[in-house]
Write a protein that binds this ligand. Structure first.
Ligand code: C2E
Ligand code: CA
Ligand code: CA
Length: 534
């Protein structure tokens, strides 16, 4: 595995030396009588005869994996590598040498696909995968000619108004044998290089649709996004080609968004920046797809001409389940708004997810909760029937501020205990906020879904530790004020601990007194939320 890196980093002499050491180890750790050979490059073959069961070869493979992990000494450097091993068992009367080599090769690819440094034994399942892959790869070469491709469109809506802002074009392949998922065939088309001609077909087809929509909606044309893979970006002349297609179809670049996955953006940052800048100069917008899965450097991201960030489905899926996912979506949304970029949440499937995204201020939504990908005619009909109105949905985050008197004299530890329980429960119920304690009084800011907040308030009113609960403010808000998924806490006594106020203290700051002015209370929390005191 990764032999190329050794070659590229330390030079070919070091690489050759390493190959010799690997061969030595292979000879030493296979069985006496086994044959070890080098097929070429970084591929070795072990031929074992008289194998009575799978166990025998599996043991050999495990041993080889183990000894390959041990450090190698090459040109006085310590080098670490690993091996991906594929195995096939056969009898001379039924299997040719080619059969065994091809089958073990297929098994080796399984080992590589599953994270390297491991082994796979060839099986009928691997065989079927292999045959399937070959059939798909071959089929892709003639799919355009045979008219087997078409595009579907999945609408993207504005989070608050639910108005359709655009749609993503998604490729569909219906071959005689049945439909094949793009998640399966796109990676194969990337491997074989056919993605270049397929991508060109997709771009032209989407542009034709865009021209059609423009004809009907003029300056109100929603955008259409087109997925482009890095293999396409690396093709010389892609910009000229896109330009020619724009001219040919009449699609306007301002109605086009190019989607590129975060992972592929990061593969060749310098080259990608150049091409993306050219595309952006034409007037198209660029979206980073599957954001959050690609470990991109923020600095490099800032250098790219990106307009839209599409938050990966994985995080949306966790929104109503995992506080970590909420922390990530909220951080991405905030970062995007600071960087003046729009966010789209992908794969929204239920109300709870939508609610959280609304509360966090995410701009747009794409997902089965609103629309599934649909045929082009259906999409255009949907656009025609969409009432053009700007009436935004009622903002949905319910916000409450209350003041109560702490009935017992609570110690620091008591309060921490209360907070611990509250934080856990609130994270489950998607409630955020802030608690202030001062001179025996609580003032708390709570926000979330109304039904959850109401239940919580009822609990607080009945809680022996709170006396005279007085609700100062209860209202719907557009966005959350506090987006951190833990209840912030501030004991006012600690707040002033750095500065000595004792000489100034003519009048004590009193939560009960400021509770007479709801606006002041709100402004107070707003200040805390922007300062992020906790
Ligand atoms: P993608 O770019 O992330 O596209 C979004 C995928 O998520 C689509 O799957 C869409 O149907 C699916 N999706 C949308 N909303 C939901 C939801 O609420 N729940 C669930 N479970 N799924 C949802 P699809 O169409 O199967 O496409 C899969 C992938 O294939 C795409 O992922 C994209 O990477 C690739 N692909 C599709 N069309 C093209 C194309 O024309 N060119 C290139 N290069 N890649 C394409
Ligand atoms: Ca996409
Ligand atoms: Ca995506």
């Amino acid at each position: 595995d990764n032999f190329k890196i050794v070659n590229d980093t330390y030079g070919h002499d070091a690489g050759d030396e390493l190959l010799v050491s690997i061969a030595d180890r292979l000879v030493k750790f296979t069985r006496p009588g086994d044959i070890v050979g080098r097929l070429g490059g970084d591929e070795f073959v072990v031929l074992s005869e008289y194998v009575d069961s799978d166990e025998t070869v599996i043991k050999i493979a495990q041993r080889i994996n183990e000894v390959m992990r041990k450090p190698f000494n090459s040109s006085n450097r310590i080098v670490y590598i690993s091996a991906s091993i594929g195995m096939a068992i056969g009898h001379g009367s039924t299997h040719s040498a080619e059969d065994l080599l091809r089958n073990s090769d297929a098994a080796m690819y399984m080992a590589k696909e599953h994270g390297r440094d491991g082994w796979y034994l060839f099986s009928s399942q691997i065989y079927e995968n292999l045959v399937q892959k070959i059939s798909i790869t071959n089929g892709l070469k003639t799919a355009i000619e045979l008219n087997e491709f078409h595009l579907v469109y999945q609408p993207v809506v504005a989070t608050n108004s639910k108005i359709i802002k655009g749609a993503e074009s998604l490729l569909r392949w219906n071959r005689a044998e049945g439909p094949v998922s793009p998640a399966y065939f796109i990676p194969l088309a990337e491997l074989s290089g056919d993605i270049v001609s397929i991508g060109r077909w997709v771009f032209r087809e989407a542009c034709k649709t865009i021209a059609r929509i423009q004809g009907e909606f003029q300056s109100n044309t929603p955008y259409t996004s087109i997925n482009v893979s890095t293999r396409q970006l690396n093709e010389d002349g892609i910009v000229a080609e896109f330009k020619a297609i724009l001219k040919e179809t009449g699609a306007k670049p301002e109605n086009i968004v190019i989607e590129i996955t975060e992972t592929s953006l990061m593969t060749d940052v310098h080259k990608n920046i150049l091409v993306l800048n050219e595309l952006a100069d034409l007037g198209m917008r660029i979206a980073v797809d599957d954001f959050g899965t690609g470990y991109s450097s923020l600095l490099q991201l800032l250098k790219m001409p990106l307009s839209i960030i599409k938050i990966d489905r994985e995080f949306i899926d966790g929104l109503d389940k995992k506080p970590q996912s909420r922390a990530i979506t909220s951080a991405v949304t905030k970062m995007a708004s600071v960087m003046d970029k729009k966010t789209i949440a992908e794969g929204v499937e239920n109300e709870a997810q939508l609610f959280e995204l609304q509360a966090q201020g995410c701009d747009m939504i794409q997902g089965f909760y609103f629309y599934r990908p649909m045929a082009v005619d259906e999409y255009i009909e949907l656009l025609q029937n969409q009432k053009v109105s700007d009436t935004n949905d009622k903002p949905k985050v319910y916000t409450v501020i209350y003041v109560s008197r702490a009935s017992e004299s609570l110690t620091h530890n008591n309060i921490q205990e209360i907070l611990e329980v509250a934080r856990k429960r609130n994270a489950e119920l998607c409630i955020t906020g802030f608690l202030i304690f001062n001179n025996g009084y609580f003032m708390q800011f709570l926000e979330g879904r109304k039904e959850f907040i109401d239940t919580l308030l009822e609990k607080i009113v009945n809680d022996r530790r709170h006396d005279n609960v007085r609700i100062i403010l209860s209202t719907f808000n557009k966005k959350r004020l506090f987006t951190d998924w833990t209840m912030g806490y501030w004991n006012m006594r600690d707040a002033g601990s750095e500065i000595d106020f004792s000489t100034w203290q003519k009048q004590t700051f009193n939560l009960l007194e400021i509770s007479n002015d709801a606006k002041l209370c709100y402004a107070f929390f707003e200040a805390i939320s922007s300062k992020k005191l906790s």
